[in-house]
Design a protein around this ligand. Structure first.
Ligand SMILES: C[S@@+](CC[C@H](N)C(=O)[O-])C[C@H]1O[C@@H](n2cnc3c(N)ncnc32)[C@H](O)[C@@H]1O
Ligand code: SF4
Length: 382
């Protein structure tokens, strides 16, 4: 089965040099990593998924983390080679690797490109050394700029991430930082508002009163201004936090947001796979060492394989699709949920300018709806 939403493969590398205080991703710091053992285990789990998804065409492969730029390029090459051996790949097969901009990782860029990576996504986060220190980053602004320059010269496509709406950040300061960032940008940029995630060091520091998050109205001001500035720069938002020149969107992430299928390889990776009329939600063991042992013993680290009912699928379709500027395909939502949106709720959201219809076929969030996305989804889903 192939569809226009694509079929992606996500490979999770769970290790980082240090844990950033805001981050709740499945990332761990370890003294030593047996790269050979990890490579073999990733290839084993890939082969397991290849058997489950035979006949499909892979449209994208994404090395995420953690910090996949700490992988040896040989490991990346072996994964890419194994994907190509097991599946057909699309002519415009996108292979992205997330990279942190330290000098060691910049030194590996050529190795990743030679392995087949054709898109890099660099975690710049800020262009100010004091702020990078506050965010617990291991790089300086100078290194980030160097990584962007070398990244652009090395890879066909490049994106980078910034975190804004940081404590005390004024609109003026963000305007200056974003202007500098746009001078360095290629055709894609991800701009995330700082979120204080449960269980992180930042959550404890906010609870202790070490710093305060930016008030919501100020966050909203920064968000609105950012959207307008990026429109003007020719990189409009195609998703709540992602901006690209038309045609330069992340194909891999579009597969998630369009609720396509993807296999998740590595510790703590999630997947969604269509099998016949069913959609399966898969999740692997999160703890790196336990995942490794499971794969070596059983050939995969899958802990859960849950069949999603139509209602769950229709909720997920909304949750993902309303993040996108193109919105959700109403016919598909109706097919899954077995109903039309509740007229009273829809009317309320339309009247308050939180959602809009695109003809009869699509529904999307307006920019103000994006700011309260979770409530909009909750309203339409129930
Ligand atoms: C998988 S993460 C990190 C990738 C890579 N290890 C790095 O740090 O550059 C992807 C992106 O999510 C964003 N991010 C992570 N936690 C965040 C938070 N609490 N608030 C806002 N953005 C966050 C960061 O911009 C980060 O680059
Ligand atoms: S933000 Fe990136 S480098 Fe920092 S802990 Fe999370 S995954 Fe690791």
């Amino acid at each position: 089965m192939n569809d226009d939403r694509g079929f992606g493969i996500y490979v999770h590398w769970p290790f980082c040099r240090a844990k950033c205080p805001y981050c709740d991703f499945n990332s761990h710091v370890r003294e030593a990593i047996d790269q050979r053992r990890w490579r073999d285990a990733l290839l084993t789990e890939l082969t397991h998924y290849a058997e489950q998804t035979a006949g499909r065409t892979v449209t994208s492969l994404f090395f995420g983390g953690g910090t996949p730029s700490l992988m040896e390029p040989e490991t990346t090459a072996a994964v890419i080679e194994t994907v190509r051996r097991h599946w057909a790949t699309a002519p415009d097969f996108e292979i992205t690797l997330e990279a942190n901009p330290t000098s060691v990782e910049i030194g590996r860029f050529r190795g990743f490109r030679d392995a087949g990576v054709n898109r890099v996504s660099i975690g710049v986060q800020a262009l100010d050394d004091a702020m990078l220190k506050f965010l617990g980053r291991q790089h300086s602004a100078g290194e980030a700029i160097q990584a962007l320059e070398i990244g652009r010269a090395t890879f066909p496509r490049l994106s980078f991430d910034l975190i804004y709406a940081r404590p005390g950040q004024t609109l003026d300061a963000w305007q200056d930082e974003l202007a500098a960032a746009l001078d360095l940008a290629d055709r894609h940029i991800s701009l995330y508002q700082l979120t204080i995630e449960p269980g992180t060091a930042f959550e404890q520091r906010v609870a202790r009163g070490d710093f305060q998050t930016l008030p919501e109205e100020e966050q909203a001001t920064l968000f609105d201004w950012t959207a307008a500035r990026l429109d003007h720069a020719g990189l409009p938002a195609y998703e709540i936090s992602n901006h690209a020149r038309p045609g330069e969107e992340s194909r891999h992430n579009l597969t998630y947001w369009r609720y396509g299928d993807y296999a998740g390889i590595g510790p703590g990776a999630h997947g969604r796979l269509t099998r016949g009329s069913e959609k399966l939600a898969t999740a692997t063991e999160r703890k790196p060492e336990s995942w490794l042992e499971m794969v070596e013993r059983d050939g995969h680290g899958i802990l859960e394989e849950e069949r999603l009912g139509y209602e769950e699928q229709s909720d997920e379709l909304l949750l993902m699709g309303l993040r996108l500027k193109e919105g959700v395909d109403l016919a598909r939502w109706q097919q899954l949920s077995g109903r039309d949106p509740d007229p009273a709720r829809e009317e309320f959201l339309l009247e308050h300018g939180f959602i809009e219809r695109l003809g009869n076929s699509r529904l999307r969030c307006t920019p103000s709806g994006m700011l309260i996305l979770d409530s909009v989804v909750a309203d339409l889903a129930c």
